[in-house]
Design a protein around this ligand. Structure first.
Ligand SMILES: [Zn+2]
Length: 260
């Protein structure tokens, strides 16, 4: 059985892969994971990420600043993001959003950075890769308010927030990505929300090196483990592995229009 899977969120530029970055990809391809999006977490890493992406025909990347680092890029402009997004290998804006769990950057700074990313997503027509943690109400408010100003396409990445925000995001026609958390024994809340997501709006991600699915939990995650994320998703939604792989890859291709 050969699957055709798409890992929509990898953080392969991290030092965790300094010894075997290419081997990790080879292993993933052998398992049927044959498209990857390398996520930009800060502007200082963009050129490294872009360069690595350029070495692989099956890889694309994003441009943006993770909410953790919002405080380090106070001068960031949406024009700067739009400019870098002219590159055909750039297929999404982010990851951006709000993280009140860690709160590494003040909330006002996260919010202003997030709105700049939204403006860039609106202008470029590229999907906005949204990180949201313990910020459900504010996240919903900002998404609705900004959508009112002009349409953009949100992707709620690694969704672990509540049902209410999920419903508000569904009303905005957002996509959702699910991760290895789906396979964690105690993640009943996350599974419950994943059950109400529209099937034509769900995609898969590993978010590697974090969140390795069962049975690799606690170890370094890698894109090949997307097979196990797919299995958890297929079981939850009563699909076969082939159906789950096909569905999520088709969704991903529709969402990330620049990916071929
Ligand atoms: Zn994230």
């Amino acid at each position: 059985m050969t699957l055709n899977l798409f890992d929509s969120h990898i953080n392969l530029h991290g030092e965790q892969y300094d010894d075997d970055r290419d081997e990790v990809l080879v292993r993933a391809r052998e398992l049927g994971v044959n498209r990857f999006i390398s996520i930009c977490d800060k502007m200082d890493n963009f050129s490294k990420i872009r360069e690595f992406t350029g070495c692989h025909d099956d890889m694309w990347c994003s441009v943006g600043v993770h909410p953790h680092y919002a405080k380090d890029y106070l001068d960031l402009t949406s024009d700067e993001l739009v400019e870098l997004a002219q590159d055909p290998k750039v297929c999404g804006i982010g990851e951006t959003g709000l993280d009140l769990h860690y709160g590494y950057s003040e909330i006002e700074l996260q919010e202003s950075s997030f709105r700049k990313h939204i403006a860039a997503a609106r202008e470029t027509n590229l999907p906005l890769i949204v990180h949201s943690r313990e910020a459900d109400e504010l996240m919903g408010n900002i998404l609705e308010e900004e959508m009112h100003k002009g349409r953009f396409q949100p992707l709620m990445h690694c969704y672990t927030s509540g049902v209410e925000l999920a419903k508000r995001a569904i009303d905005l026609d957002a996509y959702f990505s699910v991760s290895g958390i789906l396979s964690f024994k105690k993640a009943n809340d996350v599974r419950a929300v994943a059950e109400i997501m529209p099937l034509d709006r769900i995609i898969l991600e590993t978010d590697c090196p974090y969140l390795a699915p069962t049975p690799y939990r606690g170890r370094r995650n890698e894109p090949g483990y997307l097979v196990d994320v797919c299995r958890a998703f297929a079981e939850l939604r009563g699909l076969t592995m082939e159906e789950a792989a096909q569905l999520t890859t088709e969704n991903c291709m529709r969402l990330f229009g620049r990916v071929t």
